[in-house]
Design a protein. Sequence first.
Length: 361
Amino acid sequence: MNTEKLDQVVEELKAIVGEENVITDPALLYCYSADASINQHMPDVVVRPGKTEEVSEVLKLANRERIPVHPRGGGTSLSGSVVPYGGGIVVDMTRMNKIIDIRPADLWCIVEAGVIHADLERELAKYGLFYPPDPASSESATIGGTIATNAGGLRGVKYGTTRDWVLGLEVVLPTGDVINVGTKTLKTSSGYQLCRLFVGSEGTLGIITKAVLKLLPIPKARVRVMGVFDSVVDAARAVSQIFMAGITPGLLEFVDKNAQKAINSWLNLGLPETEAILIIDLEGSTEEEPLKLAPYLERVLKENGAIEARYTSDPEEMNKLYLARAKAYPAMFRLGKPTVLVEDITVPVRSFQKRSRKSTK
Ligand SMILES: Cc1cc2nc3c(=O)[nH]c(=O)nc-3n(C[C@H](O)[C@H](O)[C@H](O)COP(=O)(O)OP(=O)(O)OC[C@H]3O[C@@H](n4cnc5c(N)ncnc54)[C@H](O)[C@@H]3O)c2cc1C
């Protein structure tokens, strides 16, 4: 954008969102030039809308002037998707951070797109509810960003990804038109599933301003099991066998030797540093349910090559095991190597053994 046009656009943006919510200082723009990947590019201007109408006016202006727009939530993307290549306007959604309504009886809530994922979790817990998608970036990622990326998380093995938990959306289209898609009912079968189209659209179809999210009651009890393996192949086989044994884990994570070492050297969690560990959650609607199932799971793990298998329901011990996976990425990053390249690959369960051998190489 040339300086003259930029000056004019900045003035119009100030009129829409207020002077204090338009950023042009290069030092501050720099903070918006990157995400959690290695990519970087400076925006021309950052705007911080506080309501849907303001987002709409910003997009009308950008559309009229043919200026690229880059919606931004927590900026935790690992793929450069939030980096403003080509310059233009970054729309920082973090001021739109209200939890508007929580309906325990209907099992849904309505939130603005800039609500931090972990803040919502904490609020829902007061009602005995939870929102199943749980990216490890929860303390910084926004609900809008997790919807735009169809984020998954540690609980994905049982609960799927974000797309399965978004009932409805308010979206501002590139023209500035505001539309509502989806529903507030737990079941809907009529019409096109436009809501699902916006989930995972990475900001290419419009800016999400509000979301209706499906909720569940927090399971009454949870037990965390660790299986220790001296062979990656055994651990991979055990994964298949857990499902074949009729067990549906609430969480199932694989942590290899390198990741265990990195985490131990940072958080001193006392992980065994063997070829692989599996971390598995069992959940139940009574205290007894997961405790009854845990010895059975231990047996399945041992029959499939685990050199050790143990379970705990102690919250502190459970949290340590959770951190063993949740902190894997920052732990690798801390090793001080030039960089960490993240690849999220998805393979059928039966190919996991082969893939894990290859990735170890
Ligand atoms: C330590 C760490 C752990 C992570 N763990 C996971 C994980 O377990 N699972 C997982 O899936 N991802 C994970 N990620 C990746 C990232 O956190 C997620 O993709 C997250 O959903 C991004 O949310 P955000 O608010 O930071 O979005 P941003 O990074 O700000 O944006 C991501 C994309 O969404 C678009 N966007 C943002 N807000 C909106 C909006 N309101 N409307 C339309 N488009 C929008 C942006 O333009 C961009 O394309 C992790 C990242 C880090 C750094």
